[in-house]
Every structure is written in C-alpha cells, then in structure tokens.
Design a protein around this ligand. Structure first.
Ligand code: DC
Length: 220
C-alpha cells in the first residue's frame, strides 16, 4: 500500500473510449489541477518495446527493457509528459501497432510497478486528475475522490470509429479486465457515471457536483 498522497488526487477510471480522457482533461482545467494520462505512459512503454524489437509476448525481455529505460516524467503546462531515453514518443502513441499491443505489454507486473512509482510521484507536488484503469484501486487507493466512467459497448465503439481509429476496444477491455496484475475493476468506493447519453460537459458537471458534496472545491 502506498503512503497517502501529499496532494489531492481525483481518480478517473474506466474502459476504452468511455470518454474518461476528455472528461479528465476538462475537469483538471476547470479545477486548476494537473492532468495525468496514465494510459499514455503505458502506450509510451509499448512504443518503446516495439521500437526496440522486443517481442510483446516475452515478459522477461519487457521487464528487463523497462528496468533499463530512462523514464523522465515531466509536465508540459498542466499536462503530464513522459520521455523515454530522452525521446518524447507522443506522436506515436495512437499508432495501430501500439493499440494492438498495449494491453499485452501493460500486463507485465514489473513494468506496472515502475510506472506506478512515477505516477505516484506526480502527487508529491501537484493536485491531480489522473485517468487510467487502476488509479482508484491500486495507484491511489486512499483517495476519497474516485470515479468510474462507463458507456455502452456500442457507443464506445462508435466514438472510436468517429475518431478514425483502428482500435479493437472490446479485445482491449477483455484483456485489461482479466489480467492478473491490477485489472480494470470498479473500486469499491468509486462513483460510477454512465456517459452513454451525456456530453463531456454533462459528465464534468456531474463530477464537480459530487466533489462539492465531498467538500472538494478548486481552492486548496
Ligand atoms: O487509456 P488508454 O486507452 O489510452 O490506455 C491504453 C492501455 O493502457 C489500456 O488498454 C491498458 C493500459 N493501461 C493500464 O493498464 N493501466 C492504466 N492505469 C492505464 C492504461
């Protein structure tokens, strides 16, 4: 179990294309918190594995590569950014090959441990909105501010298609939910919001309302 975060953390978890990225970004902006996209970090490591020619089913080799990688987590403005061996992989994070392999790479327990350490460090200096799969259950289990954003499978698939992306979200969800290390689950104390028929603003408004009830406003 981690030490309590020095700053406030709002955890936003949920399956692929549930709308959580747009919601988390907008929420962070409205509250003046830093936005951390943990999925981008798992994508960045996947890109690194692929670039280095490591087989994505070779957990030992992935573990060794993750141990050797020089990971530099920064902020660009109010957003997280992760460099690997001095390179910013952001332009490559939505490549088909990354979509196709990210669930497998992110199931390697040691790689997760390394990234979770980096994720937790963000909270030593900033109030955060952090999105992912295991933020409320594993990364910051002690935060009182946990949300799980969901949407129906059809709506999630059509959102991805509208973004012009080839992304087998059903397969990713199945892999992310059934892996042994930190699977996607609804944390016991998370508040579930179904975004199927809500706009981004609608979901953000709903979250802000619930945060107020818990006594959280933007001022520290
Ligand atoms: O949020 P996203 O769809 O960009 O995430 C890409 C993948 O990264 C997701 O399919 C599983 C992995 N991931 C994870 O294992 N844990 C997280 N906290 C965030 C993402």
């Amino acid at each position: 179990m981690s030490a309590p975060a020095a700053h406030r953390v709002i955890a936003i978890d949920g399956p692929a294309a549930s709308g959580k990225s747009s919601v988390a970004r907008e929420l962070a902006q409205r509250l003046g918190f830093v936005y951390v996209n943990s999925g981008a970090m798992y994508r960045a490591m996947t890109w690194h594995v692929l670039e280095r020619g490591v087989a994505t089913d070779d957990s030992d080799a992935i573990e060794q590569l993750a141990e050797r990688a020089v990971i530099d987590c920064q902020l660009r403005g109010h957003h997280s950014l992760m460099l690997i061996d001095g390179i910013n992989p952001e332009p490559f994070l939505r490549e088909d090959r990354v979509n196709d392999n990210v669930s497998r790479v992110s199931s390697v327990p040691r790689l997760r441990e390394i990234l979770v350490d980096h994720l937790r460090r963000y909270a030593s200096e900033n109030d955060l909105v952090m999105e992912g799969r295991d933020i409320g259950s594993v990364v910051f289990p002690e935060t009182p501010y946990k949300f799980y954003i969901d949407a129906s499978p059809d709506i999630r698939a059509s959102r991805r298609a509208a973004q012009g992306q080839h992304d087998r979200i059903a397969a990713r969800d199945q892999a992310d939910s059934s892996r042994r290390a930190s699977p996607l689950i609804i944390a016991e104390d998370a508040q579930v919001i179904d975004s199927s028929h809500l706009t981004i603003d609608g979901v953000v408004g709903e979250i802000i309302g619930r945060l107020k009830l818990k006594g959280l406003t933007s001022a520290s």
